[in-house]
Design a binder for this molecule. Sequence first.
Ligand code: SAH
Ligand code: SF4
Length: 348
Amino acid sequence: MSKTIIGLSTDELRALVEQAGEPAYRGNQLAEWIYRREAHTFEEMTNLPLGLRSQLAREYEIGRSRILSVQHGRDTTTKLLLAMSDGARVETVGLPYAGHFSCCVSTQVGCPVGCIFCATGMSGYTRNLTAGEIVEQVLTVQETVRSRQLPAGSHTDRIDHVTFMGMGEPLLNQAATMKAIQLLKNELGIAMRHLTLSTVGFVPGILKLAGEKTQITLAISLHAPNDRLRRKLIPRAIKFSVTEILDACREFVRQTGRRVTLEYCLLNGINDGSREAHELAGVVDGLNCHVNLIPYNAASGLTLHSPPREQIRTFRSILESAGIPVTQRLQRGAGIDAACGQLRNRTI
Ligand code: SAH
Ligand code: SF4
């Protein structure tokens, strides 16, 4: 892979142009073109000297991906399949709402964890994405959605919320993920509190976020109240117990003052019983959290099912009776391969 410009901070760009014999402020102009004006070529950066533009073009590529396919949901959701410079394929989703514009990014090509209900997990693991490749997805979604005709009132100018919930486990690619968080904050101006990182529970990574007092929203994919059941759903790569994960969450809350989200993918007959609901209420007792119930989104080739509505209601009311705040994820992306990895699997 040749060197790419996306992924460098303004300070790094200032140093880069200085090395090329230009004044440092040219680095700020470069950042403006890449992150705010969404440039695809050095040629279009007309306020930079021609010599600098040609020199940059010889040594670097901007680092924009290629759009392989675009799926529009029946709602405003837009899902993209992107090819990175080496041909690796990742998915990213744009979700324009009335009040804000959200993007769901991938952090790895595939995922080594292999959760049994996840299309990404089933497709294996290729490599980590770079910070630039993570941030690039936001720029591409922004441009694509902006050019789409949407109902009046939809927010489509600039993405102002990012969730690290696409393909891959962000805390198994923590250096690039942390750099992407800094770039989204400093270069794209997205508030830290509007960044949500979802992890399957890699404890050292959670403790690092806690230690650095990272003001992001932390979501933990718990899916089970005990290790026996959790091991069935999450077979590889993550060896931490439910107790260790929840202790790390307590530390995160203590250090950052932020409530954590516990995600629970409901699978019919597997983890959706009243017994599991009571057990879950017990293990999260005293943790400043809310539980987000996600009815399983069918991936082709799997024999898993989402529970009947009544079962979801019962599960929810057991948690609520125990005083635990519960939300239920809306089924966005109706009509498209909405859950992570599904579009790519179908295309491969
Ligand atoms: N690897 C991270 C982030 C990516 S997955 C993690 O696991 O948290 C983002 C979320 O989508 C996770 O909560 C995951 O459990 C959920 N998910 C994956 N496949 C799903 C499916 N088929 N139906 C419902 N939720 C799914
Ligand atoms: Fe990886 Fe998350 Fe999918 Fe599990 S749910 S396989 S951790 S992307």
